[in-house]
Design a protein around this ligand. Structure first.
Ligand SMILES: [Cu+2]
Length: 475
């Protein structure tokens, strides 16, 4: 069994930890007992930066949770923070009462309170966990990665878990909730050779004081050792409260194998990953030559070039690292269409119930309302489903912001994007619906644990502004 190196945050810095292999762990115990305690943390991701964060077990991100598929986990959660909290297990299929949606599947955990989460994590793959009590606690640091080991994963010489996350300027987060933030839109735009920021203010954009990987902004944070010839697997999570990430590794391409932890029918090779809020991608690369290479966020926002981690081969740790220009021009950027292929016609089986057509709307200056079918939670549609039924959801985005829509407790097939059917639908738990008329179609079978399952935008500002609906199982 090869040694697997994993990265996790310890007190605001990167730490590489060695994790025992799958089989030993599975044999060691069928039940993994974990204690998570949320508490305030003065978080310092870069020189001169201090932020009143909230942390699980004293680290931002929280500890990397890792089980063999088939093991059961018991998480004793306690809260020592002054806002209501809960833990959502993002991308997991689990009993409804374990889903962690405060006010829906459990009461919020108050200061001094506790909650026991007890379930068998699955399906295998890169999942994550984060606060879900509508108090912006996840934006303050309550999140972490959760790996359910897949015995069918191809072997890798090394494996790194990379969590991209952002530190908000709190006043802008508060203003964004009222639709009066002056922060500019920072999604990157490829225009010739340079990146540009959009200088129109959308009212809902959040200003960030730092963009981090695993708890630190470059050049802080631990460096990652690789060797020439290595096949390196990356598990990358975008835990940003609001922003999409574009990620590049200098001198290398990514071979993407999994979307949201679920295997792609066919791998796809890209120069740049695009990762919406809440999404995960597994990708590998082969180290072809010695050197020092930055893996980093690509953006028009200068702070985002500090969202970087250094990978180096032996003896190259102090060499000037190779980085790439902050542009997407001429590069192969990950897209659902590229990963799924286009051209097939997807037909629903005869007799399938009609689709739910959900328009996504809202936003604009001084408008804090983000809507589904013209209304805000809890007046948004209830998708009432019977167990075993095939459910089709079609989104149409009438707003001028992208929406990373996420469904709890199910994995759907993304069958259509922007009017184009996908040849090989992607298995996901969230997908970006593009601004200004973008569409997406999801299909899933209602075969999860009966109950209420949220369907919402993973942009925290939009979710709190009402962009949330639910799938409800009826008898
Ligand atoms: Cu949104």
């Amino acid at each position: 069994m090869k040694r697997h190196d994993f990265v996790r945050a310890a007190a605001g810095t990167l730490a590489v930890v060695s994790v025992p292999g799958v089989t030993q762990r599975a044999l060691a115990s069928d039940v993994v007992d974990v204690t998570l305690r949320a508490a305030p943390l003065r978080f310092s991701p870069g020189a001169g930066l201090h932020f009143s964060g909230l942390a699980y077990n004293g680290t931002i991100p929280g500890p990397l949770l890792r089980v063999a598929h088939g093991q059961r986990i018991r998480v004793r959660y306690t809260s020592d923070v002054g806002v209501p909290t809960s833990i959502h297990w993002h991308g997991m299929l689990l009993p409804n009462a374990m889903d962690g949606a405060a006010g829906i599947t459990q009461p919020a955990v108050p200061f001094g309170g506790e909650y026991l989460y007890d379930f068998v994590p699955g399906p295998p793959g890169t999942r994550w966990y984060h606060d879900h009590a509508f108090s912006l606690a996840s934006a303050r640091g309550l999140f972490g990665m959760f790996v359910v080991e897949d015995p069918n994963d191809e072997p890798a010489d090394r494996e790194f878990a990379l969590i991209f996350h952002d530190v908000p300027k709190w006043s802008s987060l508060v203003a964004a909730q009222r639709g009066v933030s002056n922060a500019p839109m920072t999604d990157p735009i490829a225009s010739g050779d340079s990146m540009q920021m959009m200088h129109r203010s959308m009212g809902d954009e959040v200003d960030y004081v730092a963009h981090c990987i695993n708890g630190a902004s470059y050049p802080r944070g631990k460096t990652l050792a690789i060797r020439s010839g290595d096949r390196v697997r990356l598990r990358i999570l975008n835990a940003s409260p609001t922003q999409t990430r574009y990620v590049r590794l200098a001198g290398h391409q990514f071979v993407v194998t999994h979307a949201d932890g679920n295997p792609l029918a066919q791998t796809t090779t890209v120069d740049v990953l695009r990762i919406g809020a809440g999404e995960r991608y597994d990708a590998y690369f082969e180290v072809r030559k010695p050197g020092a290479f930055l893996l980093q966020g690509i953006s028009g926002d200068p702070l985002e070039s500090q969202q970087a981690v250094l990978l180096y081969t032996e003896g190259m740790e102090h060499a000037p690292p190779r980085s790439e220009p902050q542009t997407l021009g001429g590069l192969r950027v990950f897209s659902y269409e590229a990963a799924g292929g286009v051209g097939a016609q997807t037909k629903s089986p005869i007799g399938a119930p009609p689709p739910y057509d959900l328009a996504l709307g809202g936003g604009g200056w001084e408008n804090p309302r983000w809507t589904i079918a013209g209304d805000v939670w809890p007046n948004t549609p209830k998708l009432r489903v019977r167990r075993g039924e095939l459910v089709t959801v079609r989104f149409r985005n009438t707003s001028d912001m992208d929406h990373p829509m996420h469904l709890h407790g199910h994995i759907f097939a993304l069958t259509e994007v922007n009017g184009v059917p996908l040849l090989r639908p992607l298995s996901k738990d969230g997908s970006l619906v593009s601004a200004d008329g973008g569409t997406a179609t999801w299909q899933f079978t209602a075969n999860s644990s009966p109950g209420r399952w949220l369907l919402h935008c993973h942009n925290e500002i939009h979710m709190i502004g009402g962009m949330m609906a639910e799938v409800v199982y009826i008898a």
